[in-house]
Design a binder for this molecule. Structure first.
Ligand code: TPP
Length: 658
């Protein structure tokens, strides 16, 4: 191994050695604790320290790094006190997640580190968002993100690289190619010769680096970062290295040929560098011994602090409270001037006013810029707010949602338009795993609104008609809004954008151009978790939302002589159960109308809650009316049969007659 010290000060050469030694010694200690049964799981980065340490040293301390499970050297190089890392691994209070997540699954704004979630991939798109945030704030900063070579097979890798390329984002994509992804060798993971070759396909500058040579890592990354800060661009780096231990300690290395282990053990990044420093008289044996003793005592002392720390005490209220970032709703009352406009106009005007109110709010989506979006909600926005804030994205939902998370980490609000709510399926992972769990895990709000044009009745078939709110209502950490009227849509969208939590905002396409209402012209907000009583009656309670509210209204207009309380939920999470309970107490009968297929929908949830809490007031079994449990068919006759629109009247009359 050749070490080239050109341009690297003597002190830096020494520091890089110290910085590699520390994570190595921490790991050696962890392996002992693991054998003693004192920690549960360990992913070893032994043999890969030069990458974490070299990259971190090349970045400035105020630049974000998104490390993975073998990057202890990133955490130690940023000088996180060891006792806090130990506490994190033991699930103790002075860790970073209040005992809610384990190992390296945490972020810390104080150290500008955004740790992984278990799912491989989304961190790459998050890095895009962070880098975009830096650009928008006119900061000359690089963002570095890590992945293993196995993780490069995830779609997120390709999406994130592509976005970074198209948007010229200063992201350093660091692939640690350590030969194996769990037990899978590289020849079963990808077919190209070197992963660095993939850069070409995305139009990204790419370099292969000896990942066991800390000087090479440091000097190359430093040089690149200097260029990237001045001239923003993504760079792909493939660090060649090897995983010297099992995927995690319990899984062993039986499947790794012994020759490979022997070959790579000769390339140990610390031993070789130490020999070089000794040979070049940059360090002495005695100094190494002193250094080792210092680190060993630091580890022992810090471990003692963590060991002595009390366990987490359970605070049941806090557990529930911390799922969401605190938000105090601010009421902005509607002014007197109204305009009779369509549902789609209300959304568009509401979004525009929020863009004016929050001057850093960014909106992203496919074809939303000059084209104005497929439903024309953002028509004219580019002229008003510019391309920086109204961003056409490549066709990649996952990395765009992740990028919105990255903007949030930078304190920037984002609205993502799904072209159709159905396509949220390809952005599902970051929504339910990253955005939804971020605040609970490490206190980082995901200040993102995802607009979801949804719904059937327009003969759009199985993939352009779904109303998929139930995919999200069951995931703690998300809020779900589903207005039925233009006035509500506008006010609730304003609140969704003000609220720092992730909000899925459903907009029924069938209502876009068919429903008109007098809507206040100026900016105003409406509260979440407050249903409205659209009609007042004593015979029965009808609960619905979205298009269902209109179907119920049409049914009631048919001179059925039914006096119903018609409740429009407006938001599904939070859900206003109180209004439903009050009404059921009055009417004694409840029917819930939901456009989505019946099984596992919000109607079932409401039905169960009313049974549990209002049983004594019920004079009849609760009825749920919903679409069939089939995909949504295309032809009119089939779609009409699928939807609950016609069945609703029959069920309502049966309930009244009960
Ligand atoms: C989306 C997803 N699929 C599967 C896994 C399970 N898993 C965790 S680590 C891992 C191997 C990762 O290999 P690589 O990216 O090369 O990183 P390395 O562990 O070698 O550092 C797998 C399959 C996961 N965490 N996330």
């Amino acid at each position: 191994m050749k070490f080239n010290t050109k341009g690297i000060a003597f002190a830096k050469q020494r520091q890089l050695f110290e910085r590699m030694l520390k994570p190595r010694m921490v790991e050696e200690k962890m392996l002992i604790l693991l054998r003693q049964g004192k920690i549960s799981k360990w992913f070893s980065g032994i043999g890969q320290e030069a990458i974490s340490v070299g990259v971190t040293a090349a970045l400035n301390d105020d630049e974000y790094i998104l490390p993975m499970h073998r990057n202890l050297g990133v955490f130690t190089s940023r000088n996180i006190p060891l006792h806090r890392l130990f506490a994190q691994w033991q699930g103790k209070p002075s860790g970073f997640t209040n005992g809610r997540d384990r190992s390296f699954h945490f972020g810390t704004q104080a150290y500008k580190i955004v740790g992984m979630i278990s799912h491989l991939g989304p961190q790459l798109g998050v890095a895009d968002g962070i880098a975009l945030g830096s650009l928008l704030k006119k900061q000359k900063k690089v963002t570095a993100v890590f992945t293993g070579e196995g993780g490069t097979s995830e779609g997120d890798f390709h999406e994130a690289m592509n976005i970074a390329a198209v948007w010229n984002l200063p992201v350093l994509f660091c692939i640690e190619n350590n030969g194996y992804g769990l037990s899978t060798p590289v020849n079963e993971q990808y077919r190209c010769k070197n992963l660095v070759d993939k850069g070409l396909g995305y139009g990204i500058e790419a370099h292969s680096i000896d990942g066991n040579n800390v000087l090479e890592v440091y000097s190359k990354v430093k040089e690149l970062c200097e260029q990237m800060r001045e001239n923003p661009k993504p760079v792909l780096l493939e660090f060649k290295t090897f995983r010297m231990r099992g995927h995690e300690e319990a899984s062993g290395t039986k499947y790794v040929p012994q020759e490979l282990l022997s070959e790579w053990s000769k390339k140990d990044p610390i031993e070789n560098y130490q020999n070089f420093l000794l040979a070049s008289k940059s360090i002495t044996d005695y100094e190494i011994k002193v250094l080792r003793d210092q680190i060993a005592s630091e580890i022992n002392e810090e471990l003692q602090i963590a060991n002595e720390e009390e366990e987490i005490t359970l605070d049941k209220n806090k557990e529930l409270r911390d799922v969401y970032a605190p938000y105090k709703y601010e009421e902005v009352s509607p002014g007197a001037t109204v305009q009779n406009i369509r549902f789609v106009d209300a959304i568009s005007r509401g979004l525009k006013q929020s863009m004016q109110k929050h001057d850093d709010l960014v909106i992203m989506g496919q074809d939303i810029a000059a084209y104005g979006g497929v439903f024309k909600v953002t028509e004219g926005f580019v002229q008003a707010f510019g391309k920086e804030r109204v961003r056409n994205t490549p066709i990649c939902e996952s990395a765009v949602v992740s990028a919105a998370m990255g903007l949030s980490i930078q304190g920037i609000k984002a609205v993502v338009e799904m072209q159709f709510a159905d396509f949220a399926s390809t952005g599902f992972n970051p929504i339910v795993n990253y955005l939804a769990k971020s605040h609970y895990r490490w206190g980082q709000p995901a200040d993102v609104v995802i607009r979801m044009p949804c719904g059937a009745g327009v003969q759009a078939g199985p993939f352009h008609s779904q109303t998929n709110e139930a995919w999200f209502t069951k995931t703690p950490g998300l809020k779900v809004v589903y207005p039925a009227f233009p006035k509500d849509a506008k006010g609730l969208l304003a609140t969704a954008i003000n609220d720092p939590n992730p909000v899925l905002f459903f907009e029924h396409k069938g209502l876009y151009r068919s429903v008109y209402q007098d809507v206040p012209a100026d900016y105003y907000t409406l509260p979440f978790g407050k249903a409205t009583l659209v009609k007042n009656g004593t015979d029965v309670t009808i609960v619905s939302y979205g298009a269902g509210v209109h179907w119920a209204l049409e049914t009631l207009e048919e001179q059925l002589h039914v006096a119903a309380d018609l409740i429009d939920l407006r938001t599904l999470v939070p859900l206003d159960l109180e209004t439903i309970y009050e009404s059921v107490e009055k009417t004694g009968k409840l029917i819930i109308l939901q456009e989505d297929s019946l099984f596992g929908g919000i109607a079932s949830e409401i039905s169960a809650a009313v049974m549990e809490n209002c049983f004594k007031y019920l004079d009849a079994p609760i009825r749920r009316v919903a679409s069939l449990d089939t995909p949504i068919p295309f032809s009119k006759v089939l779609e009409d049969n699928y939807l609950p629109r016609d069945r609703f009247k029959k069920e309502l009359l049966a309930l009244i007659a009960y």
